[in-house]
Design a protein around this ligand. Structure first.
Ligand SMILES: N[C@@H](CCC(=O)N[C@@H](CS)C(=O)NCC(=O)O)C(=O)O
Length: 227
């Protein structure tokens, strides 16, 4: 028996990416199953997982249904205490939990105006006031983590759930070429080069979309990260 993870389209489903990374990047065995976000049958496809109404959904080896990424994260961290999902140090762990919670409940301008798209990037995307405010707070949170961990590559030293939750944010910064500090850009690039992130993106690229779900009134340019 293993975990089963039900996810949406890899190129566009940011919460699914988080759910997948929190198993894949910590060596927890699982099988993934795609429920198409644009198939028109998502509601029916999710019916067996009621009351879940969005992806990702995790079915545990005991058959328990866990829905919502925050619940999935805590369930996995509790079941696999040695896997390193949260930082070991209590101060860093508390901070990592805080950043994850902030990401989960906030950043509405970033989420609304910059839907995740791992296929291409957009040139000259117009940044609104609200989006600038989200980016400023993002820098505040990332700085806080980097200071606490002594300016290491990942937010709290080793790759943790905090990085999982910000992986789609890094992808959005890359896709929309959002203005960020040098340290934040280095962190974004680190995500783009991350082996598991690249695998997820490559699997997503095997699917062709016509019409493309999130076209922007901007010039399309190639994805800025490693292929
Ligand atoms: N709070 C939820 C958000 C999940 C979510 O918004 N999932 C999106 C895909 S990224 C979805 O299922 N959208 C389809 C829909 O809402 O009908 C979580 O943390 O898992």
């Amino acid at each position: 028996m293993t975990y089963d993870l039900y996810i949406g389209d890899r190129t566009f489903s940011s919460w699914s990416l988080r759910g997948w990374l929190m198993l894949k990047s910590f060596g927890i065995p699982f099988k993934s199953h795609i429920l198409g976000l644009y198939s028109g049958t998502l509601e029916a496809d999710l019916a067996p997982f009621a009351p879940a109404r969005q992806v990702p959904v995790l079915k545990t080896p005991k058959g328990h249904m866990i829905f919502d990424t925050l619940a999935i994260a805590e369930t996995l961290a509790q079941a696999h205490p040695k896997a390193g999902l949260w930082p070991e140090d209590p101060a860093r762990r508390g901070a990592a939990r805080s950043l994850v919670a902030q990401m989960h409940s906030g950043f509405s301008a970033l989420r609304t105006h910059c839907p995740m798209n791992l296929q291409n990037a957009w040139e000259e995307f117009e940044v609104s006031e609200n989006l600038y405010a989200d980016l400023a707070y993002l820098e505040t949170l990332w700085n806080y983590a980097f200071k606490m961990s002594g300016d290491q590559d990942w937010l709290f030293g080793a790759y943790s759930l905090a990085d999982v939750f910000f992986a789609p944010v890094a992808a959005r910064i890359a896709c929309y070429k959002l203005p960020v500090s040098q340290q934040a850009q280095q962190y974004v690039d680190k995500h783009l080069a991350h082996q598991d992130f690249r695998q997820w993106r490559a699997m997503g690229l095997t699917k062709h979309y016509d019409p493309f779900p999130y076209n922007m009134p901007c010039a399309s340019v190639p994805w800025p990260g490693p292929r």
